[in-house]
Design a protein around this ligand. Structure first.
Ligand code: HSE
Length: 361
């Protein structure tokens, strides 16, 4: 392992990017001790150079074009925090890999749409593409599946993967506030996506679920196979009825290996009040994995926001500093299989149906 400092280029200085800069500066000694070498940010790129982000960028190279980071001599790891499934984020990651640089990203849309190909390119180039921050924020679920549970055959994985939706559903139930008011709060707290319809329509959860599916089942990432419903149809009345019936409404992402293929679905679920997942409230996420030897295990923590997401990004950077570069999706990327898709129409389950009836006397 090299003792020389690991040089980082950060693209994107929004909530998460600023959090990464803060963490690496405030915990520099701890990070250095644990990594066995210093980790230094040598270059950054963002839209507005003069914006006050509450971080000190003295001595750090400012790149007006993020693509410069991908080929810069004084950058070993590109941290992509721009977001978006295509465009500049994809170009940056592809160019960095082609230049032999490691990549750390929080970009779930990018990995959900192009994860298989990017993993194949990275593994062929002998570099890492790491995305702990892309799924469930500060919850180390990628590490759990890739390392702690690696000896298990996973039969099912499910969870609350979107902090914004969970925050909205929890606040609506606890305070009786309107949907729009609570969504605005989630945006102000830095939880929601730039385009919050991705949160409330279930797309963000589906991005994360498709990544977990690949990690758990060794299949190619297949976002298009996910059946998606969001929470915008849920009214305070449904939340109240669910409570009366002994349930909480949660937006779940569920992925299951069946006898015929892999089922992936995202939709609001009524979960029994006495189940552990019913008590995951606010911005917290939780993921439940069922393995053949380990049984059921659950992982919980903050799924969005500056600190938790920065914590996940830095964990990936430290792995690279320690030369711990594992298969991106647990098995070698070239071995990932196309899985047979089990459509939602094959799903047998219980449904909640509410009728509004007019009574004429
Ligand atoms: N908008 C996402 C969420 C951010 O609310 O969970 C973290 O991925």
């Amino acid at each position: 392992m090299s003792n020389s400092p690991l040089k980082i280029g950060v693209a994107g200085l929004g909530t998460v990017g600023a959090g990464v800069v803060k963490l690496l500066s405030q915990q520099a000694n701890l990070v250095s001790l644990r990594s066995g070498r210093d980790i230094v940010i040598t270059a950054v790129s963002a839209r507005e150079p003069n914006k006050d982000r509450g971080i000190d960028l003295t001595g750090i190279n400012w790149c007006h074009n993020p693509l410069e980071l991908a080929t810069k001599k004084n950058v070993d790891v590109v941290v992509e925090l721009i977001g978006g499934e295509d465009g500049i984020a994809k170009e940056l990651v592809e160019t960095a890999i082609a230049d032999g640089k490691h990549v750390v990203t929080a970009n779930k849309a990018l990995i959900a749409h192009h994860g298989t190909q990017l993993a194949r390119s990275a593994e062929a180039a002998n570099v890492a593409i790491a995305f702990e921050a892309a799924v469930a924020g500060g919850v180390p679920i990628v590490k759990a599946l890739r390392e702690g549970l690696v000896g298990n055959k996973v039969s099912r994985i499910f969870g609350i993967l979107n902090g914004t939706c969970n925050y909205i559903l929890s606040e609506m139930r606890q305070t009786g506030k309107e949907f729009d008011v609570v969504l605005k709060e989630a945006q102000d707290l830095g939880y929601a996506e730039a385009n919050p319809t991705f949160d409330i329509d279930g797309v963000d959860t589906a991005h994360k679920l498709s990544i977990l599916t690949s990690l758990a089942f060794g299949s190619e990432v297949n976002f298009k196979a996910v059946h998606i419903e969001g929470i915008s149809q849920i009214s305070p009345l449904d939340i109240e009825f669910a409570d009366d019936l002994g349930y909480r409404i949660k937006l779940l992402g569920i992925s299951r290996q069946t006898g015929t293929g892999i089922e992936q679905r995202v939709h609001p679920c009524m979960v029994p009040i006495d189940s552990p997942i019913a008590h995951i409230e606010g911005v917290f996420n939780a993921v439940v994995a069922e393995g053949d030897f380990v049984g059921t295990s659950m992982y919980e923590g903050r799924g969005a926001g500056e600190g938790p997401t920065a914590s996940a990004v830095v964990a990936d950077i430290i792995d690279i500093a320690r030369d711990r570069i594992l298969n991106t999706f647990t098995i070698p990327a070239k071995e990932l299989q196309k899985s047979k898709i089990v459509p939602i129409s094959d799903h047998i389950g219980s449904y909640y149906v509410r009728f509004m009836m007019l009574l004429y006397l």
